[in-house]
Design a protein around this ligand. Structure first.
Ligand SMILES: NC(=O)c1ccc[n+]([C@@H]2O[C@H](COP(=O)([O-])OP(=O)(O)OC[C@H]3O[C@@H](n4cnc5c(N)ncnc54)[C@H](OP(=O)(O)O)[C@@H]3O)[C@@H](O)[C@H]2O)c1
Length: 287
């Protein structure tokens, strides 16, 4: 634990908000860097220090970094991902920050020889972090249940098929709550356990298996169809997502790692657990 506030970027997003809650539960002072402070205030109220600003706003960022020792670096997939995170990391070092914990891309998107624009951006940031004079750890989570699996569940509840180019290609889905648990631990512990940690859930789960689990829960067959082709001229985020689908279809996401159990001392949450929590009777009635 550090007596200085931990600065959390991306705190209003899907994962950032979970990390903030875990740091607060540990009794850790937290400062959030939010370009929409009203959203952060609705989420966290008076429990955090508020620093308003966007990554592009260097004055606000410098102010936010004052007195901070540990930084959580998180931002969305965009054409600015690498340049923004590298600039934030450099300012953090200049401001005296002593540790950076980064939410990176999935391991299977990094080192693909140019086949993942977001993986290449995360790789460039990781390389930069490792060149700095302070310790850092980059967490590389496999695909999150709360994003791709949640989308699949939403589609199925709306009577649409599961989209998959290869119904036998599994994914070692991870629950975002496990990523947040580990990020909070790496921000609060005496030392970091990386430079890089590769995270997954407990099993690689195929679209066939997800269709079977959902079919059993909702009482009707769940079809699987290939996704529409993506256009190479799409914007950065959509191109990145199209590239993910191609890499997943090759089986590159079909692995698990023991990192969560090894470092947190509990098994990672499972897809079966996520489906039973998400596909409630109320969700079924709405669908
Ligand atoms: N989903 C997956 O399966 C998966 C797997 C591996 C890695 N990842 C990585 O996870 C990251 C995305 O995490 P997420 O889904 O939690 O993100 P998210 O929900 O899209 O949240 C993004 C956060 O960044 C903030 N933000 C965006 N642009 C900003 C700017 N210019 N200045 C200041 N703050 C800004 C947003 O603030 P606002 O609320 O104001 O928009 C929000 O708090 C990406 O780097 C991705 O590569 C995702």
């Amino acid at each position: 634990m550090t007596a200085a506030p931990i600065l959390v970027t991306g705190a209003t997003g899907r994962l950032g908000r979970l990390i903030v809650e875990r740091l607060l539960a540990r009794g850790q002072p937290v400062r959030v860097y939010a370009r929409r402070p009203e959203v952060a205030k609705a989420l966290f109220g008076q429990r955090v220090q508020m620093a308003a600003g966007a990554f592009e706003n260097t004055d606000a960022l410098e102010k936010a970094l004052c007195g901070v020792e540990h930084l959580l670096l998180l931002s969305p997939i965009s054409a600015e991902l690498a340049s923004q995170q590298i600039a934030v990391a450099d300012r953090a070092v200049a401001a005296g920050v002593k540790r950076i914990v980064k939410i990176s891309g999935s391991n299977w998107t990094i080192g693909t020889g140019g086949r993942s624009i977001s993986g290449d951006a995360h790789a460039a940031i990781e390389t930069h972090l490792q060149s700095l004079a302070i310790p850092s750890v980059s967490l590389r989570p496999n695909a999150w249940m709360q994003v791709s699996l949640a989308n699949t569940i939403r589609r199925v509840l709306a009577h649409q098929p599961i989209l998959a180019a290869n119904a036998d290609a599994g994914i070692g889905y991870i629950d975002a709550r496990d990523i947040a648990d580990l990020a909070a631990q790496q921000l609060s512990a005496e030392t970091v356990s990386g430079p890089v940690l590769d995270l997954s859930g407990p099993a690689s789960v195929t679209p066939h298996r997800i269709a079977a689990l959902l079919s059993e829960r909702i009482g009707r067959p769940v079809p699987i169809t290939p996704p529409p082709a993506f256009s190479a001229s799409s914007d950065f985020e959509h191109r990145a997502i199209g590239e993910f689908a191609a890499l997943i279809a090759e089986g590159r996401a079909a692995y698990t790692t023991p990192t969560i159990s090894d470092l947190l001392g509990h098994s990672p949450r499972s897809v079966e657990n996520f489906i039973s929590e998400t596909v409630t009777d109320a969700a079924l009635a709405e669908g």
